[in-house]
Write a protein that binds this ligand. Structure first.
Ligand code: SAM
Ligand code: DTB
Ligand code: SF4
Length: 339
């Protein structure tokens, strides 16, 4: 019996690996289409599921900055690198809610609160829950990114009414170990499963420009698209090189490769919100326009991300005017997990 089970499991693993290889092959073909064909395909799919001129607007706040025990090679907040970021304590609930109110006045519909933790401590959970409740009471969607979560912590956040949890896989499984050694790719997938199981919507994506190959980027998107349910939100970050971090001197990403990656994300995850995330201060308006055409339909607004700069309200208002874009209202349909 045991043998049969092991054999069955072996077959299952083998057939999953075969399916993944097929998916990877398909994704490579799409990625390498002539640029115009790729963008036409991505834009056609985008229009079938979304208003092509509407962009969802989220705003970030670092509720606990720096001093993080993890060694993520890209991060300003890791205690492993001399980045010059000072560690701070968890913010008070009232201050967080006051900042969220300002973000709402600036047009953000979702408030994303991030903490530089490996995972939340039990003693902080009550404060975190109050933050979710306070921001929700403003009528905003809530998102948190606090590191790894257990099933019990995920349930507690779900009960508090948390709408989204952000936890990125960052890159391909193959390249992951070059960037982070203090937690594994499998740990990341486990947190995503716990969040999904608790009924919280999933926000998961990665970073381009860390020294990965184009194939790593494609593999990352294939992994995300083949989760039991695709993430509702897929942030694609362009590395912001942080002075003192392990990745301080990476060369910039080729803008056309970046746009191709956005297009592939849109094609592989037609119903997900694809977010043009970190790195917009280094992108021209033309590059951002191409990203929106390729299917990006979400951004972070405001002057600041967690610790790094973001274009800010005036620049984004001008960009939206130039491109005829408008803010996306909160949609009840978004509540359905994508197939
Ligand atoms: N500590 C939590 C965690 O890592 O799970 C949450 C915060 S962390 C800053 C969230 C994500 O931001 C990372 O997974 C990474 O994808 C992205 N990120 C961090 N630093 C970045 C940088 N310098 N450039 C681009 N993206 C970055
Ligand atoms: C994500 O994918 N990007 C955001 C959010 N999730 C938490 C963070 C970007 C951080 C950029 C670097 C900084 O501000 O320190
Ligand atoms: Fe810590 Fe998150 Fe930065 Fe990694 S990305 S060092 S876990 S704050």
């Amino acid at each position: 019996m045991l043998d049969a089970r092991v054999q069955e499991k072996g077959t299952l693993v083998k057939s999953n690996a075969a399916a993944e290889r097929r998916a990877l092959g398909e994704a490579r073909k799409i990625y390498n289409l002539p640029f115009n064909d790729l963008l036409f395909r991505a834009q056609s799919i985008h229009r079938a599921y979304f208003d092509p001129n509407a962009v969802q607007m989220s705003q970030l706040l670092s509720i606990k900055t720096g001093g993080c025990a993890e060694d993520c090679g890209y991060c300003s907040q890791s205690a492993h690198y001399p980045t010059g970021i000072k560690a701070s304590k968890l913010m008070e609930v009232e201050r967080v809610v006051a900042q969220a109110r300002k973000a709402k006045e600036g047009g953000a519909t979702r408030y994303c609160m991030g903490a530089a933790w490996r995972s939340p401590k039990e003693r902080d959970m009550e404060t975190i829950v109050s933050m979710v409740e306070g921001v929700k009471a403003l009528g905003m969607e809530t998102c948190m990114t606090l590191g790894m979560l257990t099933p019990a912590q995920s349930d507690r956040l779900a009960d508090a009414g948390l709408d989204y949890y952000n936890h990125n896989i960052d890159t391909s499984e193959r390249f992951y170990g070059e960037i982070i050694t203090t937690r594994t790719f499998a740990d990341r997938l486990e947190t995503l499963a716990n969040v999904r199981e608790a009924g919280i919507k999933v926000c998961a994506g990665g970073i381009l420009g860390m020294g990965e190959t184009v194939d790593d980027r494609i593999a990352m998107l294939v992994t995300l698209a083949n989760l039991p349910a695709a993430p509702e939100s897929v942030p694609i970050n362009m590395l912001i090189p942080i002075h003192g971090s392990k990745l301080a001197d990476q060369p910039p990403v080729d803008p056309i490769d970046f746009v191709r990656t956005i297009a592939l994300a849109r094609i592989l995850m037609p119903q997900s919100h694809v977010r043009l995330s970190a790195g917009r201060t280094e992108m021209s308006d033309e590059m951002q326009a191409l990203c929106f055409f390729a299917g990006a339909n979400s951004i972070f607004v405001g002057e600041r991300l967690l610790t790094a700069d973001n274009p800010g309200e005036d620049h984004d208002a001008a960009l939206f005017r130039r491109l005829g874009l408008k803010p996306m209202p909160v949609q009840p349909a978004e509540a359905e997990p994508a197939e």
